[in-house]
Design a protein around this ligand. Structure first.
Ligand code: ASP
Ligand code: MG
Length: 399
């Protein structure tokens, strides 16, 4: 049995915490498993390193930046190795390069291209616990690269995939994935299991728990992921293939506060207009989410869409330049509420219950979009949390 464990920044945030991680790793080893541990930098360290660089310039050389950023993980990697060895178990600490993690050359947000697992396999054969510095690799020019913020999750999943590990445990300071944000609904429940696709849709709930790219990679490589807390022994949430689960109707309710709405009225209703608008937005790398267009009347139509709030300014510039519509409205006072569940694929009435619930609360729906496993609505910001609580109850997620 091979287990990959990843410990995030708060889990290795102090020397005492590193010591208790060492004990947990040894417990796992004693259960007769081979263990590969991937570590983050101690909490706050990566931000601190970025600040150091920005003391000199807002635009530091990105090869140097990666050399700097990768150092945070190397510190925890070495300290944990020392701690484990000191407890009488054999451990070896490896940097990304030593672990064989080869990436492309896109510094500060590199992608893993392949993992040469020979060194790790050798060390495992010798019975050693392997500790890997997360968040980093090496490009073909021999330069250190980093994988983007939160990238240690990605290191762990990639290693688990490459070595066909039985389990990849991601340790943080929360117990797992909840049916909704417990700060909004105190009756939110921790989920035992959730599918990769649901987890991706619930990103706004899980963003603190797991980096999205790592969930996508886990799905691709078929890695069983568990997110759990390193501060207790609670079981955590398993993120796995849909086939491994009995289809629950609704798994969770997500609230996304980072959306803004753009409404174009009096758009000329002829071929090519939508292409023109959305190509312009795509060129600026704006992430358009919901899109709604009405049946035209008298040669014009209305078109609405949402973009991330922090991209609204750039979206405005694009849209205003195009002069594609008679009137354009922008609103930041909106939120997106999503009901997510794989069971929707095979059940009817899931959407109508959502709409009925919102209506009973007097909440007006401004936009609706659906996918196979998700219903999303845009509502006034001030109703966002109320909508979450009402839907959480309507789908009996507190039961
Ligand atoms: N230390 C890096 C960060 O803070 C990577 C990680 O923790 O996953 O983004
Ligand atoms: Mg993280």
């Amino acid at each position: 049995m091979l287990i990959v464990q990843k410990y995030g920044g708060t889990s290795v945030g102090t020397l005492e915490r590193i010591e208790s991680v060492a004990k947990r790793v040894i417990e796992t080893k004693k259960s007769d498993a081979d263990v590969i541990v991937v570590v983050s930098a101690m909490s706050g360290v990566t931000n601190q390193l970025i600040e150091y660089a920005e003391h000199f310039t807002k635009h530091p050389d990105d090869i140097a930046m990666d050399m700097l950023l990768s150092s945070g993980e190397r510190v925890t990697c070495a300290l944990l190795t020392i701690a484990i060895n000191n407890m009488g178990y054999k451990a070896v600490g490896l940097t990304g390069r030593q672990a064989g993690i080869i990436t492309d050359e896109v510094h500060t947000k590199a992608r893993i291209e392949m993992i040469d697992t020979s060194r790790m396999k050798e060390e495992i054969k010798e019975g050693k616990i392997i500790v890997v510095a997360g968040f980093q690799g090496i490009d073909k020019n021999g330069n250190v690269t980093t994988l983007g913020r939160g990238g240690s999750d990605l290191s762990a999943v990639a290693i688990a995939g490459a070595l066909d590990a039985d389990l990849c445990e991601i340790y943080t300071d929360v117990d797992g994935v909840y049916t909704t944000d417990p700060r909004i609904e105190s009756r939110a429940k921790k989920l035992d299991k959730i599918s990769y696709d649901e987890m991706l849709e619930l990103a706004s709930l899980g963003a603190k728990v797991l980096q999205n790219r790592s969930v996508e990679l886990a799905k691709k490589l078929n890695v069983n992921l568990v997110t759990r807390s390193s501060f207790n022994n609670n079981e955590g949430t398993l993120i796995t293939k849909e086939e491994n689960m009995e289809a629950v109707l609704v798994s969770g309710i997500a609230l996304d506060k980072n959306q803004a709405r753009v409404t174009l009225r009096g758009v000329v209703d002829k071929p090519g207009i939508a292409a023109e608008i959305f190509s312009a937005l795509a060129e600026k790398n704006i992430n358009v989410d919901m899109i709604i267009q009405n049946v035209g009347q008298d040669g014009t139509t209305n078109l609405g869409f949402t973009v991330p709030q922090n991209e609204l300014e750039v979206a405005k510039e694009c849209v205003d330049k195009l002069a594609a519509a008679k009137h354009v409205e922008y609103s930041e006072n909106i939120v997106k509420v999503s009901v997510v569940g794989v069971g929707m694929k095979s059940h009817s009435g899931v959407a109508s219950l959502a709409f009925r619930t919102l209506a009973d609360e007097g909440i007006n729906i401004q936009m609706i979009s659906t996918s196979e496993i998700k219903i999303s609505v845009i509502v006034d910001q001030k109703y966002g949390e109320l909508a979450v609580r009402a839907l959480h109850q309507a789908y009996k997620l507190d039961k």
